[in-house]
Write a protein that binds this ligand. Structure first.
Ligand code: SF4
Ligand code: SF4
Length: 298
């Protein structure tokens, strides 16, 4: 189920909500309608931007750090939390709430959201949530549906404006976020994890850096021997120097290769030659990846 904007809650409470949504909430398709409007004239304006769990995707972080004109490391340091829990398969990043009595979002300004056009996916989606049944063989690609998250304090549902789900998603610019979200799920819901695989601390660190700390990942790509060891299209390499989206695309490919042994990045012939004697191609790839990771991952 989506981590749409909702009051902060522990893992158990989230699991219970997830079960309730799947069992009880009316399911909405793209052409189903709802009534909602959010604007500064409402008595509840901004009250939902406090004490809330907002999970950030790599694309959310990319958009936010660009909007704020700071590096990914600075963004993570100032505006994010990276909680560590025993049962986590991959790192998570949460938007930091301020340390005041109301726990207001650290991106909330006097006139509302200070990063509105680059606000994270959960803030765009509300009042819609997105859920997927995991009862198909490929899990998250199974039946997807939307549902309405009605927070008690939210007056937006008393407004007359009518939307279909499709209109809301278009209006909120969800498409780009969803495309990146699907690519990210290919990592977080990879069959490696379904089969009980666990990432080592070094690989977890690589995952975090490549997904969320893009400026450090760029230092790794251009400051190590990675590009000498792997065949990457020259134009794409040039793009990655300056374009965060190109770099994030490469980061996802790199992780699928280095963590899961997929052939998403090709080792140069010389690198393979140096590892001669290892019959299994995957092992060769993994060895090259591990050498790069151990020597040069920031
Ligand atoms: S209408 Fe709902 S979404 Fe808008 S500010 Fe009020 S509580 Fe938040
Ligand atoms: S990012 Fe903006 S919309 Fe989202 S909780 Fe913070 S202030 Fe509110």
């Amino acid at each position: 189920m989506s981590d749409a904007k909702r009051p902060a809650a522990g893992t158990d409470a989230r699991d219970q909500l997830q079960q309730r949504v799947l069992a009880e909430y009316p399911r909405l398709g793209p052409d189903d309608g709802f009534q909602f409007a959010c604007h500064p004239g409402l008595s509840c304006f901004n009250c939902c931007c406090r004490d809330v769990n907002i999970f950030l995707s790599p694309y959310d972080v990319l958009r936010l750090k660009k909007r704020l004109g700071i590096s990914s490391s600075e963004f993570l340091d100032r505006y994010a939390l990276t909680p560590v829990q025993k049962d986590m398969r991959t790192p998570v990043v949460l938007l930091r709430m301020q340390d005041n009595t109301e726990k207001t979002c650290s991106l909330l300004g006097d006139d509302g959201c200070s990063v509105y056009s680059d606000r994270p996916w959960p803030c765009r989606m509300y009042p819609l949530g997105l859920a997927a049944q995991k009862d198909t063989p490929d899990g998250w690609r199974g039946e997807r549906f939307y549902f309405l998250l009605k927070e008690e304090e939210c007056k937006g549902f008393e407004e007359a404006r009518q939307w279909t789900v499709r209109e809301w998603l278009d209006n909120q610019g969800i498409d780009a976020y969803d495309e990146w979200g699907e690519a990210f799920k290919e990592l977080t819901l990879h069959k490696f994890f379904e089969e009980g695989g666990v990432l080592s601390p070094e690989k977890t660190h690589m995952f975090f850096t490549a997904c969320y700390d893009l400026d450090r990942f760029r230092e790794f790509v251009f400051g190590s021997t990675l590009l000498q060891r792997f065949e990457v299209d020259e134009d794409f390499v040039d793009e990655m120097r300056y374009d965060d989206e190109a770099l994030l695309r490469f980061a996802f490919l790199w992780l699928r290769f280095s963590l899961f042994g997929e052939d998403t990045v090709r080792a140069r012939a010389e690198a393979l030659e140096a590892l001669k004697g290892r019959a299994d191609k995957r092992a060769l790839f993994a060895k090259v990846a591990a050498e790069s990771a151990n020597e040069e991952t920031p």
